[in-house]
Design a binder for this molecule. Structure first.
Ligand code: NAD
Ligand code: 6OD
Length: 490
């Protein structure tokens, strides 16, 4: 049984040593507001030291390791996470208040899979080659080699803390880079536990470094401004991506951005109704709506609109909200009071914009310690126009707006009318329509009759304000390595 009581102070991990920061900040539980831990904040000098240690490690034993040897080490990291599985569950629950079952079935298993998948992909990847006959009868033989980029800055968000950190770490390390990681200030616990696993596995000092702190004017910004970093892999808000892009522009650093979204779910009258209701309830309320892929916009074909709204209302109101270790709990709190204030501001905005409130739109009163937490109810609106801010701006909470539509061309235009382009879920029984529409939706990812079903070999990422680049499968191998072409005249 995972426990999520207060933990000890959380340190930094720099050049193979656990060290204090220049000051500490509080890590507060979103369940009931209790102090989870005090966290070391890295100074600019400590961030610079971490990057220098990572730079030095490239020319040490780590830089001499073969790909299979690095892959074996990544598997040992995965073994280390497995060995401390319940501690990782407790760490994610302590910081996010999520249901234990979610951490046990998604977050920690995906961290293990992230290391194992990219260890195996790196160890089995092949390079390109070609032969070019010459007019003089000679031959050119071209082949490519992958080299590490160097020091990679890994900056991750709070919504799936361990999953998203390791989604980057797995391929970055498997491809021979060294890393300096800056997890979100909201969720430092599982990254710190991971540092203990990395240390125990015996990665050479400087290969993996962990700094805690905030964004602007703190560890996050300091990291992006270090001249020695070769690339930044970032997941977070679009406006943060823009700030990081500016910070690294002068150095022309490589960036991989997984950013925000305002994703649509489209339900046609011919869809499996019960599957679509269950699927949209999951895609709108999963992880309390704190997934960049969540459907905050739902379009339902008019003949089933009223029936669908009623069914989704019933599902939303049946979701079990509760303590992380309660049996059957499905929804936890939002990650912080600050984030809840943002979500509540959209609840208020929806009223101003004239939304019909179908359910939720407020804070549940428990009459216990949870009233000091960051809880909201799952919320459904209808009746807003496509130009409403609540229909265009990312809210990042358990909320969706449902609108009717009449035909494919209309709904396709409305789905694509967004500054984001991350994900879309289509619910229909017509295979031809599914393929036709999927390729015309302007998002990086389209699920048909499913949502957040993942194969780690597939490309993941978005367009427009949702990001830059793709990670997953060989796309991660490509991003986290420098490819050189060698041409030999035979
Ligand atoms: N596309 C995806 O795959 C994906 C996945 C998860 C979350 N997200 C997005 O992330 C957001 C929620 O996460 P968040 O609130 O942690 O995002 P955020 O942008 O506020 O913070 C993300 C990380 O960046 C750091 N940071 C903030 N400002 C920085 C700066 N100027 N320089 C360097 N680092 C900085 C933060 O400390 C944190 O570690 C949502 O918009 C969500 O859509 C996207
Ligand atoms: N990058 C991934 C998930 C992103 C979730 C966004 O909140 C993944 O599943 O690999």
């Amino acid at each position: 049984m995972a426990t999520y009581q207060s933990a000890p102070d959380l340190p930094l991990y720099i050049d193979g040593q656990f060290v204090d920061g220049f000051r500490q900040f509080d890590n507060i539980s979103p369940v009931d507001g209790h102090l989870v831990s005090r966290v070391a904040e890295a100074s600019e000098a400590q961030v610079a030291a971490a990057v220098k240690a990572a730079q030095a490690a490239l020319s040490g034993p780590w830089g001499q390791l073969s790909v299979p040897a690095r892959a074996a080490l990544m598997h040992r990291v995965a073994d280390g996470i497995e060995a401390r599985f319940e501690e990782f569950v407790a760490a994610e629950v302590a910081d996010t208040g999520r249901p234990e079952n979610l951490a046990r079935t998604l977050d920690v298993p995906r961290a293990i899979a992230n290391f194992r998948t990219f260890a195996d992909l790196a160890a089995t990847s092949v390079s390109e080659c070609c032969e070019t006959p010459q007019a003089d009868g000679g031959l050119l033989f071209n082949y490519t080699v992958r080299k590490p980029l160097g020091v990679v800055a890994v900056i991750s968000p709070w919504n799936l803390p361990l999953l998203l950190l390791t989604w980057k770490l797995g391929p970055a390390l498997a491809m021979g880079n060294t890393v300096v990681c800056k997890p979100s200030e909201e969720t430092p616990s599982s990254a710190t536990l991971l540092a203990e696993v990395m240390h125990a596995v015996g990665l050479p000092a400087g290969v993996f470094n962990l700094i805690h702190g905030f964004g602007p004017g703190s560890a996050g910004e300091f990291l992006t401004r270090q001249p020695e970093i070769a690339a930044v892999s970032f997941t977070g808000e679009s406006r943060t991506g823009s700030a990081i892009m500016k910070a690294v522009a002068d150095g022309v650093k490589e960036v991989s951005f997984e950013l925000g979204g305002k994703n649509a779910a489209v339900v046609f009258a011919d869809a499996d109704f019960d599957a679509a209701v269950a699927g949209v309830a999951r895609s709108s309320f999963f992880n309390t709506g704190q997934v960049c892929l969540c459907s905050e916009r739902v379009y339902v074909e008019r003949p089933i609109f009223d029936r669908f709204v009623a069914a989704l209302k019933e599902r939303a109101e049946a979701l079990k909200i509760g303590y992380p270790n309660e049996a059957g709990v499905e929804l936890g709190p939002l990650v912080s009071q600050k984030h809840r204030d943002k979500v509540l501001s959209y609840f208020a905005l929806a009223r101003t914009e004239g939304a019909n409130l179908i359910t939720g739109g407020d804070v549940p009163l428990f009459g216990d310690a949870r009233d000091n937490g960051s809880w909201v109810r799952p919320t459904i609106w209808t009746g807003l126009g496509d130009d409403a801010r609540c229909v265009r701006e990312e809210i990042f909470g358990p909320v969706c707006h449902i609108a009717p539509f009449d035909d494919e061309e209309e709904v396709l235009a409305r789905v694509n009318d967004s500054q984001y382009g991350l994900a879309c879920a289509l619910w229909t029984s017509q295979v031809g329509r599914a393929h036709r529409l999927a390729r015309r939706v302007h998002t990086g990812i389209v699920w048909v009759n499913s949502w957040y079903a993942r194969d780690l070999r597939t490309p993941f990422g978005g367009s427009k304000l949702s990001g830059m680049g793709r990670e997953g499968g060989r796309h991660s191998l490509d991003f986290y390595s420098e490819i050189s072409n060698i041409c030999i005249k035979l």
